[in-house]
Design a protein around this ligand. Structure first.
Ligand code: SF4
Ligand code: SF4
Length: 443
């Protein structure tokens, strides 16, 4: 069911309050510059060095980036986000560094302050620019290194810093931790739902996300109903339940590792063969690919995005749904981290087909779909809202051009960003979670 807009509004106001907080850094400007430079230096591996030299200045990445398309400001050209890194590469690592040092400026605190906006507020690390670039330059990968550098230099939007720190130090996000998660399950049990928690043995470990507790409880309920419907031997874990990983989004590997380890340990403890992340875009690549790298060994379980899981279960005949019918037109918004980066494009369409909806695609869609502007933690950055709303105008036009009356997606960040755009533009079309749509139409 579409989310209660009053609850969404209250949540966004809470986030905006965070944006007003001041969190002074203990580092001097000089220390910030040195620490950021060290992270950038360490991050320039052989592939990135090749990428930094490979640009042919064709400008195609600009046309691929929703921030550039919305602002038409040259500073939002994707490859420009790697300029500082390129300057450092040229001065310190390039074969002609002795020459470059004569005319390429060293990185300063003013540069870092300017780049904070470029790598956080105006980049969702959606990878569309990298997909389009004829030289295959991994701009998103470079931005991730820049984010790591900014984070160590305490140059990060305050909202992301506070939430990242909270998750790393307390294991909670927006004040929601294990206790609140278990309490929520207790409340849901009172409605008659059977909810396995901390089962000693399970085939599937299902993760939740803070947004499911505070905003999208219907999606959590639908997830539970679907798991019970297919008759799986599944469980939640009170210790490893959270999909969101602010370490991944902020570029802090220590934070990232701590959050992934909690899930890894929970899955190993119950012997799960499959872990299903919540509808939380970044959590999919964080666990599926970065997880193994951080653990230093292959994961002993498969990681599935919710849409991937739903599509598989429908195709296997275990998940049976009632057709919604063709009375309303739908369109599907592919979340970047799941569609473009994860390659999960067909599965949600298998689900929508089984639901019998009248689906009209945006152009482009699938792996080339335009980002909504809220990923990579951007939905939290209050000062970036005006730019995000401009991006939403592009998305709104794409949605409207399909003639669809309702939007479906499979990512909480996309949901929140689309809802923020919906409220600001008084756009009347509801947005659904795919999981929730299925949960409400179980046969
Ligand atoms: S990764 Fe996405 S948001 Fe970032 S510069 Fe590239 S296209 Fe723009
Ligand atoms: S698309 Fe690639 S080659 Fe072209 S300007 Fe952008 S980064 Fe350079």
């Amino acid at each position: 069911m579409p989310v209660d807009m009053n609850v969404a509004q209250a949540f966004m106001e809470q986030v905006q309050e965070m944006g007003k907080m001041e969190v002074p850094s203990k580092l001097s400007d000089q220390e910030r510059v040195e620490t950021a430079k060290q992270v950038i230096r360490d991050g320039i591996n052989a592939q990135l060095a090749i990428d930094l030299e490979a640009c042919v200045h064709c400008g195609l990445c600009a046309e691929a980036c929703h921030f550039y398309l919305a602002s038409k400001d040259p500073k939002h050209t994707p490859i420009r986000k790697l300029d500082l890194m390129k300057r450092m590469y040229r001065r310190e690592r390039s074969p002609a560094r002795w020459l470059y040092r004569l005319f390429v400026k060293d990185v300063t605190i003013d540069d870092l302050n300017e780049w904070e906006e470029l790598v956080y507020d105006s980049c969702t690390v959606c990878m569309r620019c990298s997909l389009i670039c004829p030289m295959g330059i991994n701009i998103g990968g470079g931005v991730a290194v820049m984010r790591a550098a900014m984070r160590t230099a305490d140059l990060m939007p305050v909202e992301m810093r506070l939430v990242g720190q909270e998750q790393a130090e307390k294991g909670t996000i927006f004040g929601v931790g294990s206790e609140q998660f278990v309490q929520t399950l207790e409340e849901l049990r009172k409605t008659g739902l059977k909810i396995p928690l901390d089962e000693p043995e399970a085939d599937i470990l299902v993760l939740s996300a803070v947004t499911d507790i505070v905003l999208f409880k219907d999606t959590l309920v639908s997830t539970i109903k679907i798991m019970n419907h297919i008759g799986a031997k599944w469980t939640f874990s009170s210790q490893g339940y959270e999909s969101a990983n602010f370490g991944y989004m902020t570029g802090d590997q220590e934070w990232q590792c701590a959050a992934s380890k909690r899930v890894y340990d929970a899955a190993v403890a119950c012997g799960a063969k499959t872990v299903i992340v919540a509808e939380c875009g970044h959590s999919y690549p964080t666990l599926r690919w970065a997880g193994a790298e951080l653990m230093g060994k292959p994961l002993p379980f498969e990681v599935l995005a919710p849409s991937e899981f739903l599509g598989r279960e429908i195709q296997a005949g275990r998940l049976k749904v009632k057709p919604i019918g063709k009375q309303a037109k739908f369109t599907f918004h592919d979340p970047c981290k799941i569609g473009r980066i994860g390659g999960v494009v067909d599965a949600p369409r298998v689900v929508l087909d089984a639901l019998g909806v009248d689906l009209t695609e945006t152009e482009p869609h699938g792996v080339e779909n335009l980002c909504c502007g809220g990923g990579g933690g951007n939905f939290l950055i209050t000062r970036a809202l005006p730019l995000r709303l401009k991006v939403f105008e592009l998305k709104m036009k794409q949605f409207d051009d399909t003639g669809a009356e309702e939007v479906v997606t499979s990512c909480d960040s996309c949901m929140m960003n689309i809802m923020a755009g919906t409220m600001a533009h008084q756009w009347p079309k509801p947005t659904h979670s795919l999981m929730d749509l299925v949960g409400h139409h179980l046969a």
